[in-house]
Design a protein around this ligand. Structure first.
Ligand code: GLN
Ligand code: ZN
Length: 750
């Protein structure tokens, strides 16, 4: 018998990001709703047919989404707030209103908050449940898409966020998850019935929340949902699909409950092999996730084969480790040399791998196995022996800056003589159409280096002058030369590759194109010195040097797998260390090293936070700045202030100053900082830069006073939440003018 293949989900944006462009046009009223629906229908058809052609045996549906699959589930189950339901809009427009917020003649609707989808760079909308929420089946997207595929002659397996994960991811006001169990069970059961009646054989319930550390109450919730739900599943077969880790806390429940299939992750699930091996029931199908759904590298067939064999499971379907949503669509659209290309597998290429592995597992396709083994035996990159030796010889003291922060603080206060509550910004100023167009012209060789440099100089001059006039204390050059805070650095490092079309959905219509770490990473030449030095030469005030830190560069790249993340990060840290020391040697006295994405790759299980991540990520950051002089001030910046649970680790980065996003989370972090005696000087963002809204002087003054109620004035800096590159010039100037006025007003009372 042939072993079957499947996937958990396919990217929905389209090879040319058709969905993104059509949706954005629709938002701007440039195309009709019918046209957008037609584009989306074409994309679904294209994907289903692609899967059929690739020979994938079991094909998912409802993995398509106009915005987000969690929001889809919320609409399916009537979780949408009253004020959105009441809008006199089409269902699709209500959906977009809740996704993006609506402000117009029909009123004012706040978008649901967005959060990172587990340990990925994808963001989902967080359902907000309260006493008015009536959990019941009310939507029909899942049925429509099943019927759409059926009309094409394809019987699909509809995919839906599972009830446990949906309830775990939601946020509650005056109610709890337990209050919704009965209604949720009835609602999912209604979905089962309708799908079975429509001719579906299977449903896939995505339950990634099962891979986190589960409390006894969580396990109870899981059982309270699934016992009654599975008892009433009728003839529909239910696949419980997990990913991003292993299910150690509920494995025994999973195998004893009457699920028909279990989807387990053999890539990120550290204990999956151990849990399953010789202990998988014969009456269930094991959907074995052996092809990595997150990386861009080819699968090692011999390893996957061994993983399948050691399960000793009777019924296996070869699967990806998670949805292919998290990888770009195809290598076919890239210009890499053949010797490079052969190492990559994006979504489409992974389909071929699933087929190969299934065939090899069935005792066929020997040549594919041999070819794959030859690929992995080939040395892919030339190792930089000198760099490896340098990293191997790093000593404890290389990670420790001297003297201690308290001592440095005194030295720096004397050296800089800044007023109390020094004001600054996070780095970038508005990247206007003009800025982006000039950078594009330069890239296309339409203007020469001199013309380009003159333009950048002009921008720096203008903004330095404005910063001086408005009265900011520590200035920035504005980052006009940078397209992106990771790609810009990658372009100046050896070991990096850049794709043309390898886009991955981040949220809604926003996609990112992470660069690829191909080999050993070294700084090829000075990167930021020219512009920082120029800016500092134009003003008597201090200008901050602006760098991206090693952990963020790593987290926003596709990493290597032939060396550890720790090793790659240390390589990046040494590269950025070179840049820090160069800036210092060139007279830059304050250097900001952004770690915007530090929290992002924190492992899903708390028990792994330090051992698997922070224990090397934090030292890597320290390595970057450990060799600077005591009077050089090191700043760092983090997006999101959700770090109240890792405050000691953030303090241990040993920066002199940290700025972070705080205004949207209502400055909640301050209590935790105070309680845990945070030592680093802090600049909690005093206004939200994600919105064009201009904060009033009074508002900012009140915010500063709230900060001062928790943190001693000599420790406080005043700055916006994040960089200003996405903002317009007018609102940026107006906002910062108010920030300065507010700061001055507060200073008068200190
Ligand atoms: N220095 C960067 C900027 O201002 C920081 C961006 C970020 O934190 N995402 O744009
Ligand atoms: Zn930021």
């Amino acid at each position: 018998m042939m072993t079957a293949t499947t996937i958990i989900g396919f990217p929905r944006i389209g090879e040319k990001r058709e969905l993104k462009f059509a949706t954005e046009k629709y938002f701007k009223n440039k195309i009709s709703q019918a046209k957008l629906q037609e584009t989306s229908r074409k994309l679904r058809k294209h994907n289903w047919e692609l899967l059929v052609r690739a020979g994938i045996d079991e094909i998912p549906s409802n993995d398509f989404s106009y915005y987000d699959q969690t929001l889809d589930a919320a609409f399916l189950f009537n979780l949408v707030p009253q004020n959105v339901q009441a809008l006199p809009f089409s269902p699709l427009d209500k959906y977009f209103a809740l996704a993006r917020g609506y402000q117009g003649k029909e009123g004012n609707v706040l978008a649901w908050p967005m959060k990172k989808w587990f340990n990925t760079n994808y963001h989902y909308l967080v359902p907000q449940l309260n006493q008015d929420t009536q959990f019941k089946l009310s939507g029909d997207k899942i049925f429509k898409e099943f019927a759409e595929a059926k009309d094409l002659g394809i019987i699909t397996r509809p995919v839906l966020v599972g009830p446990f994960t949906l309830l775990k991811l939601s946020e509650y006001q005056n109610v709890t998850a337990a209050d919704f169990v009965n209604d949720a069970v009835a609602a999912y059961q209604a979905v089962f019935e309708r799908l079975a009646a429509a001719g579906a054989q299977w449903i896939q319930l995505d339950e990634p929340s099962l891979v986190k550390d589960l409390t006894a109450a969580d396990q109870q919730l899981f059982n309270d949902i699934y016992r009654p739900l599975l008892a009433a599943k009728g003839k529909l077969k239910v696949l419980c699909q997990t990913y991003f880790g292993d299910v150690r806390d509920v494995y025994n429940d999973l195998i004893s409950l009457p699920f028909d299939g279990l989807g387990l992750d053999f890539v990120e699930g550290k204990q999956t092999r151990q849990l399953v091996s010789g202990n998988f029931p014969d009456d269930k199908v094991l959907f074995a996730g052996v092809v990595n759904g997150k990386n861009i590298w080819r699968n090692n067939y011999a390893k996957s084969l061994a993983r399948l064999q050691e399960t000793q499971a009777k019924n296996i379907v070869v699967n990806t480790s998670c949805s292919l949503l998290h990888v770009p669509i195809t290598v076919a659209n890239e210009n890499f040399a053949p010797a490079v290309k052969e190492h990559f597998a994006f979504a489409v290429e992974k389909l071929g791998e699933l087929k190969d592995i299934a065939a090899i597992y069935g005792g066929q396709a020997k040549e594919q196995l041999t070819a794959n083994q030859a690929l992995f035996a080939k040395p892919r990159v030339q190792e930089d022996a000198e760099l490896h030796a340098k990293i191997a010889s790093l000593k404890e003291e290389d990670f420790i800056r001297q003297p201690a922060r308290k001592v440095r603080e005194k030295i720096q206060k004397k050296e800089f003589n800044l007023p109390l509550l020094p004001t600054t910004t996070i780095g970038s100023f508005p990247q206007t159409k003009e800025v982006r167009s000039v950078r594009r012209q330069f890239r296309r060789h339409e203007i020469d280096q001199e013309q380009y440099d003159d333009f950048i100089k002009g921008k720096i001059d203008d903004w330095l002058k404005w910063q001086e006039e408005v009265g900011l204390d520590v200035l920035v050059h504005g980052e006009f030369e940078r397209n992106d805070m990771v790609e810009y650095f990658g372009q100046h490092l050896s070991g990096y590759l850049f794709s043309k079309n390898a886009w991955v959905q981040s949220y809604g219509t926003r996609c990112v194109k992470p660069p690829i770490i191909w080999g050993d990473v070294k700084r090829r030449h000075p990167i930021t010195i020219k512009w920082s030095k120029y800016a500092q030469s134009q003003t008597k005030k201090l200008v901050k040097g602006m760098l991206t830190g090693p952990v963020t560069i790593l987290n926003w790249s596709f990493p290597r797998e032939d060396i550890s993340l720790k090793e790659s990060t240390l390589q990046l840290a040494l590269a950025i260390q070179g840049e820090v020391l160069d800036l210092e040697a060139n007279g830059i006295k304050i250097i900001q090293i952004d770690e915007a994405a530090l929290r992002e790759k924190l492992p899903l299980r708390k028990s792994d936070w330090y051992s698997e991540y922070l224990n090397w990520a934090i030292p890597a950051f320290r390595l970057v700045h450990s060799k600077v002089k005591p009077e050089t001030q090191i700043h760092t910046h983090m997006c999101y202030s959700e770090f109240s649970d890792i405050i000691p680790a953030i303090d241990a980065m040993d920066a002199d100053v940290i700025s972070f996003e705080a205004s949207r989370s209502n400055l909640e972090i301050l209590d935790a900082l105070k309680k845990q005696h945070f030592e680093t000087e802090v600049g909690p963002g005093v206004y939200d830069i994600h919105s064009p809204r201009i904060p009033s002087v009074d508002e900012v003054e009140a915010t500063i006073n709230r900060i001062l109620a928790k943190i001693a004035a000599p420790k406080v800096w005043i700055n916006p939440d994040c960089g200003l590159k996405t903002r317009g010039v007018k609102e940026t100037k107006a906002s910062l003018t108010n920030v300065i006025a507010a700061t001055r007003a507060v200073r008068r009372h200190l």
